[in-house]
Design a protein around this ligand. Structure first.
Ligand SMILES: [Zn+2]
Ligand SMILES: [Zn+2]
Length: 337
């Protein structure tokens, strides 16, 4: 059987090791992709540390995949060998369960995520369900496309799913892997854009990314600073920090929305009394389907939104992961094969 190189982690918290692994042919309704690029997402840390139920080891992380269709399984009619495709957090759905029959594929009861339900994209080859494939527009390189499958679609699709309309004020909490895309998308969608982060180290970047205002959350009351700007229709909370999310609630305008996309198990310290009179909403938002990823990439082409990327070859994945683990990673590290 042919083989390809892939990162493998033998057990929870183990090292990222480059290995030669077998490349089986794709099964029915599956496609094999020759991977060109794969983003390193903050959530990859949770996988490496075994933070999801029913994981299998050895683990190959990676759910921001871009590449070219290399081989088709039986029954795949909509894609051809040579097509450029991306696969993000949404790694396929079943089309048969209750949520799928209702058309809400992102909530599929049998939904798959690369690296969780099958080996992920820190590899030269991945095999995925055809339902996971998003077409990459010709204007985007593979390195540009890869982060759109998770960081991109999560922020873009969350923002476009709010009630905010152009001209409204939108705050992005956290200027990191997700937040730096959230700021760009918010600006491109016509929102008056507020960036919120700890300290002033990211203030200049936030301005370059398109933020009209910057709030240093360590320098005073965040909600008061937001109210001084007129209050926000939406807070897109990309920082996985429940206290920081809660601190923005008093800065929402009447009928405002706190949209949580930053992952943390900590309870949100928010009282109903804060929500009732101003009629606020708190919602969680999952990433988006393959079609949403496709639309994210199309909007990136229209608007010029791009992840700020540092490229690393697959052989140096362990190095990139160490930077992610220690919180000193670039906005997006993208592995190239
Ligand atoms: Zn992710
Ligand atoms: Zn389903």
């Amino acid at each position: 059987m042919p083989t390809h190189r892939a990162i493998r982690i033998q057990s929870t918290g183990g090292a990222l090791e480059l290995a030669d692994v077998e490349t089986p042919p794709p099964g029915r309704d599956e496609v094999r992709i020759a991977v060109a690029a794969c983003g390193m997402c903050g959530t990859d840390r949770a996988f490496v540390h075994g933070g999801f139920p029913n994981m299998s080891w050895p683990l190959t992380p990676g759910h921001e995949i871009a590449g070219t269709v290399a081989e088709l399984g039986s029954g795949v009619a909509d894609f051809a060998v040579g097509d450029r495709v991306a696969v993000g957090w949404f790694g396929g759905c079943c089309y048969h369960c209750g949520p799928c029959r209702k058309g809400i594929f992102i909530h599929c009861e049998n939904g798959k995520v690369p690296s969780w339900h099958y080996p992920g994209g820190y590899a030269e080859s991945v095999t995925v369900p055809a339902s996971a494939l998003a077409r990459i527009p010709s204007e985007l390189s593979d390195v540009e496309a890869a982060p759109m499958g998770c960081a991109g679609v999560t922020t873009y699709h969350a923002l476009r799913s709010t009630r905010a309309v152009p001209g409204d004020r939108v705050a992005i909490l956290g200027v990191g892997g997700l937040g730096h895309l959230g700021i760009q998308f918010a600006r491109a969608m016509g929102f008056e854009t507020i960036a919120i982060n700890r300290g002033t180290a990211k203030a200049e970047d936030a301005g370059t990314l398109g933020a009209h205002h910057y709030i240093d959350s360590t320098s005073g009351d965040v909600a008061e600073a937001m109210r001084a700007l007129g209050g926000a229709a939406v807070v897109l909370a990309t920082a996985g920090n429940s206290q920081a999310m809660a601190d923005t609630v008093g800065g929402l305008a009447p009928r405002g929305e706190l949209v949580a996309v930053g992952v943390t198990p900590e309870p949100l310290p928010i009282s109903p009394v804060q929500l009732i009179t101003p009629g606020l909403r708190i919602v969680g938002h999952p990433s988006g389907t393959a079609k949403d990823v496709e639309e994210t990439m199309q909007f990136a082409v229209l608007s010029g939104v791009r992840a700020w990327v540092e490229e690393l070859p697959l052989s140096r994945a362990a190095e990139g992961y160490a930077a992610l683990e220690e919180g000193r990673a670039h906005y997006r590290t993208v592995l190239t094969m």
